[in-house]
Every structure is written in C-alpha cells, then in structure tokens.
Design a protein. Structure first.
Length: 395
C-alpha cells in the first residue's frame, strides 16, 4: 500500500491530513515524533486508531474512528530513514510549526529537515525516485519555503545534492484549515466540523484521491493561502493578546468582547487579498466569527498566543506592508502588535520559541517595520497601558 510519512503527527495533522486520507482510501500514514513532548502521542498509540470528535456549535458531538495510521515512530531516526527509503513511501508531509522552517547552521540527523534530506540522498543513491515533500504548516508559499530549506540543507550534506533536489523533487504548496485545540487525551482529538484543504496537484509518485474527500486540488494555492493566513491566522493573533489583557481563557468567551476589533481587522486585511475562486470573502469572515464562537470546541486563548514572534511576523506584518504600500491605514495592526507588547510587559503566559523583550522591544524582534506602524504602535501601547478595555473597544 502506498504510504505517507508525516513528520510531526500532532492533533492538527490527525484531525486534518489523516481525516482526508482515510476518507480518500487506499493509502496509509506513518507518523513520526521528533520532539520530547511527542512521547504523549506515542503512548496514545495512534497506530491502533484514535477518535476524532467533531464538536458542533449546537453541542452535538460526532465521533469518527481514524485507523489510517499504520505505525508511529518516536525519537528513532534510523527507523524513520528506513521508512523514507522504502519504495512504498510516496509522500513525506510535515507540520513542524511556523518556526520549524529555518535552515540550521549544521545538519542534525534527527531533525525534521535533516531526515527529509538524508532520505532523499539515500533514495538517490539507491536509484529510487524521490518522494514528494508536502508542507502542511501555516507558512506563506509553504511549498517554496520547504524547497528552499531542503535544498540548503542538502547542500550541507553533500555537494551537488541541492541541485538534484531542486531539479527532481516536487514541493507542492498547500493551505490547511481546521481549528483543533490541544487535546487533554491524545487518544481523542477534538476539532471543529469545518475543514478546508487546497493543495497544488503536483505529486509525481501519485497521491490519495483527496478530492473525493472534499479537498481542492488546484494549480495555484496562493489565493486560498493568503485568505486563510490573513483572515483566520492573523485574526487569531488579533484576538489572542487583547483577550489576554481582558482576562479571557477561552476563545469563544473573548469573541463577544472583541467582535468589533475582529471586524476592524478584517476590514484592514480584505483589501490586500485577490479574489479567491469559489469563495465569498465577506461570507468567509462571517463564518469565522461563528467558528471562533463555537464554545464546544473549547479553544484556548493561550494556544493562540504561542510563538507570537513567528506568527505576528508571518500573519500580521504582510498585511501591514501591503497596506502601507497602497496608502491604506494600519491602525488595527498597530493595536494588535501593541497588545502583544503589553501582554509581555504584564508577564501574561505567552509561550514563544525565542526570548522576546517586552514593551517596545517587540519591534526589535519583528525587524524592519514601517515608520507608519511604529508611530501608531507607540500610541496604541500607551492607550493600552492607561485603559485596555477602552483602547480595545473598536467598532
């Protein structure tokens, strides 16, 4: 049976990739855990099957049994490499977070990128065709980012390997969407009923019939990708830090207080988007309010606030740059960045993958910002210091 090897088989990939692949039929998924925290997934034995519970806004809970995972490999690079060079492995997919796509200074044999490259090198040496590398992370142009990183790491491993990868390996871009909180029990994954997947149809060794499960196989994923990154992921950042400042724990509780701010963010972001085939963007934002307000998903503000140095830079700042270039306002974006800064000042529980200096120091973390955003950021931060509830009363 043809196989997908997925690096980073957390709750999201089990609710999304595994769900689509099981419904498509005919393929299996081998899961890989590389981080110490992945031991909880190993101990839940996803290869024995797990429950995917869809939490509807009405309170209905719909359970699906997912049995597509044939094996889970934890902290075992040798076993992973053995699977990568098997003829049945046709696709290697990854969810390694927004921060996982940096090129290391040296090649680590047990890192996600290191394993992908070593697997390709061994297949090349054995005369096997290369697998397709499919990034499922919330990164703009994720296929191109994956290609750039894999080529760079390949050059570290072996002279000429990077050029071979660039010529022979397919890196389709994809847009993945399903709100999936961190599970309390790794044998049960809870997610919203909504799901969406747009993926470029470039798989030389074949792929599951994902379109039979409702996925969109497209020539160009960019319009769908920008829609999701700038309207959903960026709105999560627009919600997270104001919600922390107002004392909210759950996303659905925060939505009522911050509907005006969310609508203002979307008004700022929508002009930066191109038309999306088959999607009414105004209707999409209305749907997002309903999705964010689904109390039965029980998504937490703390989950949204993780890794902000990557997420604000990746989701919010592109909207700023496009609006500044077009002479449009960036006031809501400035307020969002200032809310992050104020949350750090107050030592709210914000988990990041790097040290970030509170207050005005977040600007240094974000790098080259426009003067227009810097000025508005300063005003917004002062307003948040004085009266956060008033400063966040937008719309």
């Amino acid at each position: 049976m043809p196989r997908i090897v997925h690096l980073g088989l957390g709750a999201f990939s089990r609710a999304h990739l595994c769900s689509y692949t099981q419904e498509a039929g005919g393929w299996s998924v081998t899961g890989v855990g590389l981080l110490p925290g992945d031991v909880v997934v190993r101990d839940a034995h996803p290869e024995k099957g797990f429950d995917l519970v869809l939490a509807h806004p009405s309170g209905q809970r719909e359970t699906q049994r997912i049995t597509v995972v044939d094996e889970y490999l934890f902290a075992d690079p040798g076993a992973v490499l053995a699977r990568l060079v098997e003829d049945d492995t046709r696709i290697v997919s990854l969810t390694v977070t927004e921060g996982g796509w940096g090129v290391p200074a040296s090649l680590e044999p047990d890192s996600a990128l290191g394993l992908v490259v070593r697997g390709l090198a061994q297949r090349r040496a054995a005369g096997l065709p290369p697998y397709t590398v499919l990034s499922c992370d919330n990164v703009q142009d994720n296929g191109h980012v994956a290609q750039r990183c894999v080529v760079a790491v390949a050059d570290l491993l072996e002279p000429g390997l990077g050029a071979w990868v660039a010529e022979h390996v397919a890196f389709p871009s994809s847009m993945v969407d399903r709100i999936t909180p961190a599970p309390a029990d790794q044998s049960v994954v809870v997610a919203e009923p909504f799901r969406q997947w747009a993926v470029e149809d470039r798989f030389p060794l074949g792929r599951p019939a994902w379109e039979d499960a409702g996925a969109l196989l497209v020539d160009d994923v960019r319009p769908y990708e920008l829609m999701k990154l700038r309207l959903l992921n960026a709105a999560h950042q627009a919600l997270a830090f104001p919600a922390l400042l107002l004392g909210h724990v759950f996303v659905h509780d925060a939505v009522g207080d911050l509907t005006g701010l969310l609508n203002a963010w979307w008004a700022e972001a929508l002009p930066t988007l191109d038309p999306v085939p088959g999607i009414d963007l105004d209707e999409y934002t209305t749907t997002l309010l309903d999705r964010f307000g689904n109390a039965h998903v029980a998504d937490t503000v703390a989950r949204l606030a993780c890794f902000a140095s990557d997420r604000v830079a990746g989701f919010v700042l592109p909207v700023v740059r496009d609006n500044v270039a077009a002479g449009r306002p960036v006031d809501v974006a400035a307020l969002v960045v200032a809310a992050w800064a104020r949350s750090l000042e107050l030592d709210r529980e914000v988990v990041d993958n790097r040290q970030v200096v509170p207050g005005e120091g977040v600007l240094d973390e974000l790098g080259d910002l426009t003067p227009a955003l810097r000025v508005r950021f300063g005003r917004a931060l002062e307003a948040l210091r004085e009266d956060p509830a008033r400063a966040l009363r937008v719309g």
